[in-house]
Write a protein that binds this ligand. Structure first.
Ligand code: GYE
Length: 307
C-alpha cells in the first residue's frame, strides 16, 4: 500500500522507534495476555511503546489514535473494537504518513491503503473448527441438537468470523439448530447473564453452548451450575481462545472443547515494525497458526501455558 513507500527516519538510541498502541479494552484473559505480550516485546526490542486502553468504547479508541497522530509516533498499532467506522481517523493517520498495523482484528474500510498490515487469527476458520468438533462428537445421534450461541462484541471481527465459520459447517447438518444467538461483549459477567437468559427460555432443551470466547464460556458454566445442571455433561460447551482458565475447566470436565486463538502477538508485531523501518515490504496479512484442545489434551498443555 502507498504508506509503505515513504522514506523512513533515522532510528538512533536517543530516538528509538515509537509505537502508539490503542488497545481495545480489558474484556478477557486473552486481552490481558495480548497487552502484556505487546508491552513486553517492545521492551525487549528497545522500542518505545505508548499504551492507551479504550475500555471497549469506539470513541475512546478514536481519541487515542488522534492523540498518537499528534504525537508523531512512527506506528499506530490497534485492535479495532468493531469493523466499521474507522475511515476518517485512519485517513488522518495516512495523511500524517503514519502506518497502521491491525492487531488482532480487521477493519472494513472503503480504502485498504488506510492500513499497512494485519497480524492475527483466521476467525472464520476458528468457527469452523468449533463446529467440526461438534458434528464429529454428535455423529450418529439422530436427535436434534439445540445450540445456544454466545456472541462476542457486535460487529467485531472475531464475533462476525466465528459466527460465519460455525454456521457454514452447521448448515449442512439437518438436525442442528441454533435455538438462540445472543450478542455479548466477551466478558465473563456478560456470558453468565446471557446464559441465564437462554436457560430461562430453553432450560433443559439446550444441548450445546457455543461461546465466542473463554470468558463468556466460564460465565456460562456459572450460570448452568446456578440453574442446577452440569456444565460439560448436561450441556456441552465449546469456546475459543484457550487461556489457562479454560484449559483448567476442560481438565475438570466443565468445558468440552476449545479452539485456540493465540494472543502472544508481540514478537511478530515488533518484527513487522522493524522490518518496515528497514524498508522491507510487509505482507498484508500475517496469520497465526493455532490448534484445538479436548479434555484429554488440555491437561498436558496446561503445564506449558503462559496465559
Ligand atoms: O478472542 C476475545 C477478545 O480479538 C481475538 O477478543 C480477540 C478476541 C478474543 O477479548 O477473548
Amino acid at each position: 500500500s502507498s504508506t509503505q513507500n515513504k522514506p523512513v527516519r533515522q532510528i538512533t538510541e536517543a530516538a528509538p522507534i515509537k509505537i502508539g498502541f490503542a488497545q481495545v479494552g480489558l474484556e478477557s484473559g486473552w486481552r490481558l495476555a495480548h497487552t502484556n505480550s505487546v508491552i513486553h516485546a517492545a521492551k525487549e526490542e528497545g522500542i518505545e511503546l505508548l499504551y492507551d486502553n479504550a475500555l471497549q468504547q469506539q470513541d475512546k479508541q478514536i481519541e487515542s489514535i488522534r492523540k498518537f497522530i499528534a504525537m508523531k509516533v512512527d506506528f499506530i498499532v490497534f485492535s479495532p473494537l468493531v469493523k466499521t467506522g474507522w475511515d476518517v481517523v485512519l485517513g488522518e493517520a495516512k495523511q500524517a504518513g503514519i502506518p497502521v498495523i491491525l492487531s488482532d482484528r480487521e477493519v472494513k474500510v472503503s480504502d485498504d491503503s488506510l492500513w499497512t498490515a494485519y497480524i492475527g487469527s483466521d476467525f472464520v476458520e476458528e468457527g469452523r473448527r468449533a463446529a467440526r468438533w461438534l458434528t464429529q462428537e454428535m455423529a450418529g445421534s439422530s436427535e436434534q441438537v439445540s445450540i445456544v450461541e454466545l456472541q462476542g462484541t457486535k460487529d467485531s471481527d472475531p464475533a462476525v468470523g466465528r459466527k460465519v465459520g460455525f454456521e457454514e459447517i452447521i448448515q449442512d447438518e439437518p438436525g442442528y439448530r441454533i435455538v438462540q444467538s445472543l450478542q455479548g461483549d466477551f466478558t465473563l459477567e456478560n456470558g453468565k447473564q446471557l446464559m441465564l437468559e437462554a436457560l430461562g427460555q430453553h432450560g433443559k432443551d439446550i444441548d450445546v453452548v457455543y461461546s465466542h470466547n473463554d470468558d463468556m464460556a466460564l460465565g456460562a458454566i456459572q450460570a448452568i451450575e446456578q440453574y442446577g445442571l452440569k456444565p460439560g455433561k448436561d450441556i456441552k460447551i465449546i469456546s475459543v481462545d484457550a487461556t489457562r482458565a479454560a484449559l483448567k475447566a476442560l481438565g475438570t470436565g466443565k468445558l468440552n472443547f476449545v479452539v485456540e486463538c493465540n494472543p502472544l502477538l508481540g514478537p511478530q508485531l515488533m518484527k513487522a515494525v522493524k522490518d518496515y523501518m528497514a524498508g522491507k515490504e510487509l505482507p498484508m496479512k500475517i496469520i497465526t497458526s493455532e490448534g484445538v484442545f479436548t479434555q484429554d489434551t488440555a491437561k498436558r498443555a496446561l503445564a506449558r501455558r503462559e496465559y
